[in-house]
Design a protein around this ligand. Sequence first.
Ligand code: IMP
Length: 507
Amino acid sequence: MAFYYPEESYTFSEYLLVPGYSSSDCRPENVDLKTPLVKFKKGEEPRISLNIPMTSAIMQAVSGEKMAVALAQEGGISFIYGSQSVEDEAAMIARVKSFKAGFVVSDVNLTPDLNLADVLELRAQSGHSTMPVTHDGTPNGKLLGIVTSRDYRVSRLDKNTKVSEIMTPFEKLIYGEDGISLSEANDLIWEHKLNQLPIIDKDQNLVSLVFRKDYDTHKNNPREILDEKKRYIVGAGINTRDYAERVPALIEAGADVLCIDSSEGFSEWQKLTLDWIREHYGDSVMVGAGNVVDAEGFRFLAEAGADFIKIGIGGGSICITREQKGIGRGQASAVQDVAKARDEYFEETGVYIPICSDGGIVYDYHMTLALAMGADFLMLGRYFARFDESPSNRVSVNGTYMKEYWGEGSARARNWQRYDLGGNKNKLSFVEGVDSYVPYAGSMHDGVDVSLAKIKSTMCNCGALTIEELQQKAKLTRVSATSIVEGGAHDVLLKDKTEHFENSFRS
Ligand code: IMP
């Protein structure tokens, strides 16, 4: 006979935290959100910890290289999407690892035989007024000069004037040599009153640009996570089919941690993937697995050797797995069950395996609830897709800016097939995700700051200064459908609906 869970499964919106005693130390500036990413033995430190409990989802619309750098600067980690060729994914990882804060690879470049009309057009398209001139117009070609808006007067100059006549030629440029530190580059900028400094290699090839306007931004990333060579930490998604080619390429490119990306992880395919990695790399390669939604699934992946375990089936905003296949579980119940299994496993073995609540975070307070229920960190798709740093397009829909956001199991992404269990290379016959828009939310730094402020404030209400303390002290209550209505503004006529919408976000 089938097994029936004794309770319904619940989701985050059906719970609230009840405040505990807060001492006068309980102030947001005293809250530390550091959390383990990978497993560790009792009394030891994990090999990677996050400074904020956020990771970005393994999705084409979310985790590209720009997101990876920005999130590592904030103290979290991105998992670059695996639904692309091995070479492309490895190249993205390599670019994140070679990214140096403050050194920008120029994306708009000229050749000397273009003319002023081309310069003006490129300027309008890109919004950049500084354009290096390289012999072949590539970002790493031989640097011949630079054009800035100070070099031409549109009203006086013929639009056919060649770039070679307008540019400040290389001989007159101040430049830095590859290997220079950011603070040395900034010293040159200040000393020579420059707006930008080109960095070149020993053959005069352009490497990057350092901009004066970025000076303050780069001085200030107190939470950033770096490896021992001071490069940003980055993760990479893998699958249960091509790991024998993908894993070596990603490791070679510098990925710090991997994660098997699958909508359902309680499978032999995941064990085979983990076995292969252990056989070839021992414990030197760290790899997360999932997704599971109960204690049994957790135990299976823990024993198979996962370094962290992801929880969540069917709760993602773009996900229609539950509708299509009738599998899944309310995310709050899943997190609670798996957290209990994680603690029991720790008691038994002395090994702590961090767990990640993946998908279904709609309000900022859901993040705090997931942490209070036992998650060590969160994986967020929709949340990050909204920001400038996500790889998807920003479009205007009925006068409002939106970003595109599509599921990995949607028709748009599905030729990469995350949604079979593994092994099977045939195309799937149905989709498990949708293609959508999400409201554009500007820069990630500002958005994350607001969310963290809310998390810290709630933790203070619970008398907790760390995530571990929150998990020990949290008092949670289920809420009735009627009291959910009571939770929002009600029985008043709102003067500014936009403000209310933004505050209550759905961040
Ligand atoms: P969100 O944060 O609610 O948008 O959920 C993101 C999570 O949804 C991802 O981390 C995946 O676990 C999951 N996901 C991504 N694409 C799909 C899909 O097409 N169908 C079902 N789940 C998906």
